[in-house]
Structures are given as structure tokens and as C-alpha cells.
Design a protein. Sequence first.
Length: 317
Amino acid sequence: AGGAAMEPECRVLSIQSHVVRGYVGNKAATFPLQVLGFEVDTVNSVQFSNHTGYDHWKGQVLNSDELHELYEGLKLNKVNQYDYVLTGYTRDTSFLAMVVDIVQELKQQNSNLVYVCDPVMGDKWNGEGSMYVPKDLLPVYRDKVVPVADIITPNQFEAELLTGRKIYTEKEALEVMDMLHAMGPETVVITSSDLQAPLGNDYLIALGSHRKTKADGTKVTQRIRVESPKVDAVFVGTGDLFAAMLLAWTHKHPNNLKVACEKTVSAMQHVLQRTIKSAKVQAGEGNKPNSAQLELRMVQSKKDIENPEIIVKATVL
């Protein structure tokens, strides 16, 4: 942008987990959003020493009353004006219900507020899906959260959970995205899937769908497929980074999901390639990198986050 001033200040309320060491939740979302010109106010749903993929972790969990108290403080000072709300991993139903209350209140104040929700519930390993949050979160996401969300970023398993439909083909994935649109969100991005990529087995498919209602009431849907090279490692925080960058790039390209996804996925690729390269060097020849070595190289990727060279192209469907 070469020092070009950003349009009026854009403020994000991000309610996610926090780690002292490493990059997940708010730690993965804040830096990229700030680099891309957003003001970010963070509520830390948990404060842990590190992510739970390590051998050990310690910390505290914020409950719904404490969340309410923090929000009340913002309200009393009249600084609870937001353009975006961003949420990720949550383990507690009452906390999630409180988030919905806050989003609804903020939307009453600002009808243009955009709520970006990553409905983190589980994933597939070797073709088998399993939930890593309590099962009673599913109805809260399905019946309360998704209807107030504007942008959702489920993986394939989460999209199946929310709609109660299995996805085996791209056609079925598009139908599931239509079902998700019908529940509320204008933009649905299935961030990863086990669908067969046209480019081959070394690629991962993400699918995006943006549905806009025109002034005359007709609906226009833009759909895209993104195929990105698989990286052979288990990273943590990638979903949080993805949702944050998608928020930023859809803001900058509001009616062009193709460009927003290309920039998001390309930046992800730059970060992951840099991370795996560095992790392998740290681990040493022939050793498998550990959790600490696989922490995302976020700061080192500042230029790629700010202005990603497009290395992954999206196909319009």
C-alpha cells in the first residue's frame, strides 16, 4: 500500500484462547490483523502456558460471568463499538451462549457489524471424524451461533456436524454450503476437506461460497475451489490464522471471495513453508520436529502476511 492511509479505523473484538508461548487463538489472530491495519481488542477465553499439543500445559479458563464482566467494563466506558467480532475455540456452552448475547447486542448498535466464526468442534484423522469439544456445544453452534454469524470457516467434518449431512463429493459439499447459507451466514468457507483434488493427492481442497442478496431481492452466489499443496506436519493455530486473514481480506475485497481466498491461502502457504523449513533445521537431520519447533513463524512472515505473493489460485465454480 506504500503508506496509503487505511479507511476509517476498523476495530475487531476477538474472543479466543491465549497462550504465553507460541501461536494459537488470539496469539495467531492478533498480529496478522494488526499488520493488515486493524485495531484488535482481545478477550482471552483461556490463558495457557502453551497449546495443549505439548506434553505439559498449565493455565486458567475464563468463565461466562468473567466474560460478561469484561464486556460490562467496555460498555460502561462506551468503548464497545466494533466493526467485526472474531471467535474460535471454545469448550463451554454458557461461555458460547454469552458470546452470542454480546454479538447480538453489538449488532443492534452497528447493523453493519460482521461476525466471523470459526466453529471449532473437531476434525478427521485417517477418514474418521471425532469431536474435541464437549458434544453439547454442537446444538449451541447450530441453533444460536451460526444464525448470527456472517462468515463461518468450518472444516469438512464441522460442516457435516452443523448440517447433519455427510460430504463425499464436491457437489454434496456445495449443497452443504447452501444449507449453511440458509442458516444465516453470507460467506461459508470449508477450510479443508478430504475430497479428491483435481491437481492430485498432494493437494488439499478448500471451498468457498459467498451469497449476496441484491436490492431487488434476487440472490447471487459466487463459489470457488482452492487447491493448496499439502505440508507434511501437524501445525497448531492454522485455523485461527486462516479465519483472521479471511476477515481482513474479505474486508479489503468485499465482493470478491476469489481474491480474498487466494490472498488468505497464499499467505498461509508462505507461513507454513517457512515454519516447516525452520522446524526441520531446528530438529536436525532425520529427526521429527516437536510442538515447540513447529510453532508458526509469524513474525518472520510479516511481509508475506501484509502483501502475499499469490502462489495459490482459486477456481470459480
